[in-house]
Design a protein around this ligand. Structure first.
Ligand code: ADP
Ligand code: 5GP
Length: 196
């Protein structure tokens, strides 16, 4: 009966809080949402597919994307560059499709400047101790890099005030259900419907 405007959902939060886990658990449960594939200079991890997990890019090409204004946002995240290709996001939204970004906090704040009508969701850890356990358990990071991420988290929590929703990722099922409910509610908002 009604058509809708495309909505931009941005999931963000400290490293290790479970953003990627929330996104991948959520995706099969939500219809008609399009995940933006980021560009990164980080090398692929085992099993990651170019164009699906990321666009794996060398630093020269990444710089070219910055210079050509091809990125909606970009940031240096723990030694690697990451950025959101702009055209995919703007085209999808203009066609009435919803788009999901899962990006770090520096990137989310840039998107908020450019697209304040987006829906900004901060994933918070239940406690710093639990965040530390998750970073250790993930097995990707050295002791030093875990300490850097935990120190950054204290400062990152101060950015919660820029977000529309705060979801504590305690039990994964609960966090995913909350994000799913946010998406459902935003889709029903009158301002997002084309009422003519
Ligand atoms: P991020 O994308 O925010 O850096 P990940 O999704 O990689 O974080 O999650 C970090 C680690 O925490 C992973 O090992 C993941 O399996 C685990 N994890 C995520 N959510 C939960 C949760 N709710 N409870 C326990 N462990 C979790
Ligand atoms: P990973 O290398 O573990 O896949 O991601 C590392 C961090 O980079 C995560 O916090 C993830 O959310 C963030 N990230 C992934 N893609 C982007 C992006 O396009 N822009 C920004 N700013 N951060 C991103």
């Amino acid at each position: 009966m009604f058509t809708r405007k495309g909505i931009l959902f941005v999931i963000s939060g400290p490293s290790g809080v479970g953003k990627g886990t929330v996104r991948s658990t959520l995706m099969p449960l939500v219809e008609d949402i399009h995940v933006s594939v980021s560009a990164t200079t980080r090398p692929p991890r085992e099993g990651e597919i170019d164009g699906q997990d990321y666009f794996f890019t060398d630093p020269a090409r990444f710089q070219q994307m910055i210079d050509n204004d091809e990125l909606l946002e970009w940031a240096l995240v723990y030694g690697n560059l990451y950025g959101t290709p702009k055209e995919y996001v703007t085209t999808m939204l203009s066609q009435g499709n919803d788009v999901l970004l899962e990006i770090d906090i520096q990137g989310a704040l840039q998107v908020k400047e450019k697209m304040p009508e987006g829906v900004f969701i901060f994933i918070a850890p239940p406690t710093i101790e639990e965040l530390s356990r998750r970073l250790c358990g993930r097995g990707n990071d050295s002791e030093q890099s875990i300490q850097i991420r935990l120190a950054a988290c204290q400062e990152e929590m101060a950015h919660m005030k820029y977000y529309d929703y705060i979801v504590v990722n305690d039990r994964i099922e609960d966090a995913v259900e909350k994000v799913r409910s946010i998406i459902t509610a935003e889709r029903c908002k009158r301002k997002n419907l084309n009422l003519g």
